[in-house]
Ligand binder design. Sequence first.
Ligand code: CS2
Length: 463
Amino acid sequence: MSRGLNAGALASLPTSVRRPPARLAVAPGVVHLGLGAFHRAHQAVVYDALAAQGDERWGVFGVAMRSPDLVAALRAQDHYYAVEIASRAESWWQVIGALRDTAVAATETQRVVEAMAAPATRWITLTVTEKAYNLALAQLIVQGLQARQARGLPGVTVASCDNLSSNGDQLRALCVEAARLIDPALATWVEQQCRFPNSMVDRIVPQSDARVREAALQALGVEDQAPLSTEGFWEWAIERSQLEPADAQALASVGVMVVDDVKAFEEAKLRMLNGVHSAIACIGAVVPQNTVRETVSLPWVREFVRGFLDEVAPVVRRPNTDAYRDALLTRFVNPALHHRCHQIAQDGSVKITQRWVPATLALQALGKPTPYLIMATACWLRYWLAQDEQGQAYDFNDPYTEPLRALVAAARDDDDLLDRLLHFEPIWGVELPRTPGWLAAVQRDFATIQSQGIEAAVSGLSA
Ligand code: CS2
């Protein structure tokens, strides 16, 4: 039995492993909700870069929303864990020190509230996934804000880092609503004392697995129960007007893009990266292929990805979309990343409503056809059949599984089913299904997938 990673093991790690900056006895300045892989391989790495410069205010109190397992593993490791950062040019393992304390929101709510209301806390950040943006989430945050108000403490920066359009504005609206239900004066305090920056964060961080744990053991010489593997690329764009000037300066000094408007970054991320990611995930799940890299390595999928990215580029304001597209094509086939298609396909309905619907409507408004988005939609419908082309059944993990299953059960025949699925308002809204030709085009592509298979249907687009 090998020893585990913890504070005592740091000194004897191999010299090839990058060590975290020394921890000073400073209370965490950040409460992060949603302790998934993304935060630990993205923002926590940024905070370590700040700590390495001597800025000690970015230690993290990490909150898992429900699952106790990761928290238990991290506590046993003094909250240290290792990240493999691998790009084409170089790769290394780095132990992260930013995480200082943890709690599980579902069972330790009071500790979480106390952490948010602690004098040292200046930021509350979130990566809780799209489906979690509801009143219950805001009520949790507002408990912390209410305690701050009662104690005469200043407001905080509440930063949503999820893949949602105008994520900060959405979170502000929810928090103000939750505060108003308690006391209108609290709602005013939240609006006036707290900042809710819009932001775009990007780094591909697959869920960890046994392969990553084994690679970590090889690299570190000790066992890490919570290691991650990610790419070298990362971006974080955040809205300047919602930041304390000192925070803006600190973040910018380690490479965060502090910008006047994140819209252009958000469009590139949601419509290009995430948009095509969801399509790749559906295609890969159906073929089937295990990972994004395997799927995008198929020449016909690569062509599709390129076509999809070129199709949506006119409704992305970020400059140099060609370079952004080419970078994505490289990032998706990073051999170090084992990003499972089924992981990305999960929660698909709440994702594609952000990723495909606004892009389709924006292109239609420009009078441009959307054959790739339409094919992606047909692939999503095919994915909903829950069986790959080899006849293997798979499970969904989607907040709308029940209502969508009910639609399937109520359908009179296949045409009726498609019609019902494509009118499901929480995903498509009301406008898109009414636009001329959209429904018929999706139905036509779906029929081609059903009769000829997904490869023939998708390849037909670029032919
Ligand atoms: C992916 C994202 O799972 C998904 O839906 O599209 O997690 C994606 O990997 C990240 O947004 C990249 O920054």
